[in-house]
Structures are given as C-alpha cells and as structure tokens.
Design a protein around this ligand. Structure first.
Ligand code: COA
Length: 332
C-alpha cells in the first residue's frame, strides 16, 4: 500500500467455535478410519461441530460481537458487513445480511465473498480498499463456516478434515503511518474447479431426487492434487510478498497459515526456511474451518502473545476455486 494512503488496521478480533468436540475416535465409530491415521496424515485430533439449529450466521454474529468488544465498539459503529463463507446459510440472500439482522444493524450494506478457504483474505483485501477509499469508516469482516453441513459423512477421505467455527475482525483506517496492512496478493485458477467442489445444489444441477441419490450435494475433493497445489501456491504467495517488500522470512515474527493439513504447514515452513514454532498451528483442535481458519489462528496467536506491536505477520491461504491469497501485516 502506498505511503500517501492512510494505514488500515485490524482494530478488533473475535472468534466463536461450537461447544461440541468430536474426536477422531468418535469419527472412527462411523467411517473406516483411525485416530492414528488422521493425526499422522493431517495433524487433526479433534474438531468442533455445530449442533442442529446452530447456524452459520449465529456463529458469525458471536464472533462479530467478540470483535466489537475487543475494539471497544458498538454494532452501531459499523458501516458495512462483509462475510466470507463457502457454507452460506441459504442459497440467497447473503449470509452477511443474516448476520446484520442478528446484530440488529439496519441499513448498512452487507454482502458475501465466495473464495472458499481463501475467503477471509479475499475479504480482507476488499474491505481494506473500502476503508482506504474513505467510503466507509469501519467495516466488519466475518469468516464463518458450517462445513459439517456439506460433508459426506460416509466419505472418510474428506469428512475427517473439516470443522465448524467463525472469526471476525473490524477493519478501520488510522492516522498512524506504516502500520496495519502492508501488502496483499490474491490469485485464482478457475481451470481447476473440479479438484474441490460441490457438484449439485447450484443452478447447474438443482436439487432433485437423482442428485440426492448420487450424493452430489456434498463436498468432493482430489486430496493429493489439492495438497500439492496448496504447498506450491501458499509458498509462492508468501515469497512474493516478502520479495516485493524487501524482506526475508527472518523478518517475520509470526506466520498465520490456513489450517488445512499440518504437512502443508510443515512444507511451507521448509520452503520459507523458518522453524515451525514461528507458525501458529491449531489444526489439531479445529481441523480445517475454511474461511474461519485464518481469523481463528490470528486471534489465538495474539492471545498467546506470539506477536506484539511493530511485529510483522505473514498470512497465507489456499482453497477451492482454486484460490490463494497472502497478506503482510505490521501489527499496530
Ligand atoms: N482414514 C484411513 N484411511 C484413509 C482415510 C482416512 N480418513 N482417508 C483416506 N484414506 C486412505 C485412502 O483410501 C488411501 O488408501 P489406498 O492407498 O488403499 O487407496 C490411503 O489412505 C492414502 O490416501 P491418500 O489420499 O494418498 O492420502 P494422502 O496422504 O494424500 O492424504 C489427505 C489425504 C486428504 C489428508 C491429503 O491429501 C490432504 O490433506 N489434501 C489436502 C486437503 C485439503 O487441505 N484440502 C483443503 C484445501 S484448502
């Protein structure tokens, strides 16, 4: 971001995860898997799953309330709401509008971002520009997912990987120069949508008895290929951000990677030649929470004191689309 522009900071962070913890052993009662396989192949020990009736907008609103409290703000201080989700509560309208209603905030604009696991960083880029332009003073960005609602609980290769949860931040401009969001990179490759998608339930294949029988309303993934591309693109986006800002990995105090697989994070650490203790890892407790993954990890890193004022933080994500994104922050 150019020097002449005002700094844009994340002035409040908040998270919410459902109470219900489901361990690998519990999943092994329903599909042919084991705690040992899931831990060693993914790093996941347990995940949180929403209860019936616990909706993605409610989880998002809880995270938003926590972010507002963290920033010392009221809901009425917010000028716009952007929600990143790949599990919208309804096909339409936007989940952001449902969160708006939950928060009791009339008339501010509200819309969704669809970039799967890169959604929070895509949203952060959009929101940063909304604030930087001066059009909006404070924007609420929410990443919220009920992945359990789109998983095929008979497919062991995907159902063990994901979890539910939400994270939120308040994005606003400040006069202090050189802090907050330093730079961001977004990318996509729409020629590989087949690698990670849900075939039915959209306008191409609306719900029918046939699509239900074929289990086409569930997430499908070519895990091995997605794995390789995640390592490649998250590594590339991280290196590009460092290079174009004249930094090396050694200048980064804390890396917040999308939590998809501990082996992807290990590979990223090797590529950046950084020790794993420079990365926030919470995949063991939450699994892959898609658009909620980055804010859940960022809030935890801050809570644990993994970074402080003046420290540089690198965020990197990869997801369906295919999409990828990175952000470089200097904490205020
Ligand atoms: N429990 C036990 N065995 C399982 C299993 C499970 N939950 N899931 C798959 N397997 C089996 C497979 O059937 C396969 O058996 P086979 O060799 O007899 O065919 C074997 O384990 C190896 O499967 P494979 O797919 O090669 O494993 P992998 O090492 O590639 O790990 C993933 C699979 C899904 C964990 C891994 O590819 C991955 O994490 N991919 C990226 C997923 C991701 O993060 N997606 C979101 C990106 S944002």
């Amino acid at each position: 971001m150019e020097d002449s522009q005002r700094s844009v900071i994340l002035s409040g962070l908040g998270t919410f995860v459902p109470h219900k913890v489901v361990t690998n052993d519990e999943l092994a009662l329903h599909v042919e898997t084991s705690d040992e396989w899931v831990r060693t192949r993914t790093g996941i020990a347990e995940r949180r799953l929403a209860e019936p009736g616990q909706e993605v907008s409610q989880m998002g609103a809880e995270a938003a309330r926590a972010a507002l409290a963290d920033a010392g703000l009221q809901a009425t201080d917010i000028d716009a709401i952007v929600c990143a989700t790949m599990t919208p509560e309804l096909p339409f309208p936007a989940t952001a509008c449902l969160i708006q209603a939950e928060l009791g905030l009339p008339r501010v604009p509200a819309f969704d971002i669809s970039a799967a696991c890169s959604g929070f960083l895509y949203g952060l880029d959009v929101v940063t520009r909304l604030v930087q332009s001066g059009a909006y003073k404070r924007v609420l960005l929410v990443g919220t997912e009920k992945m359990s609602s789109i998983l095929d609980w008979e497919d062991r290769s995907t159902c063990v990987l994901f979890g539910d949860g939400a994270g939120a931040c308040i994005v606003e401009a400040v006069d202090e120069p050189g802090v907050g969001i330093v730079d961001m990179i977004l990318g996509a490759d729409g020629s590989r949508t087949d690698l990670l998608h849900t075939p039915a339930g959209g306008s191409r294949l609306p719900a029918s008895a046939e699509t239900l029988a074929a289990r086409q309303h569930y997430l499908r993934m070519s895990g091995k290929e997605v794995f390789k591309l995640a390592v490649k693109e998250m590594g590339a986006v991280a290196n590009d951000l460092l290079e174009r800002n004249g930094l090396t990995a050694a200048d980064i105090t804390c890396v917040i990677p999308h939590q998809a697989n501990i082996r992807i994070i290990d590979a990223l650490a090797a590529r950046l030649e950084l020790p794993l203790d420079r990365f926030l890892v919470n995949i063991d407790r939450y699994g892959n929470t898609s658009a909620a993954s980055i804010p859940l990890a960022l809030e935890e890193a801050r809570r644990l004191g993994r970074f402080g004022s003046g420290d540089r933080i690198l965020l990197a994500a990869f997801g369906a689309g295919l999409t990828w994104a990175g952000a470089l922050l200097k904490w205020q």
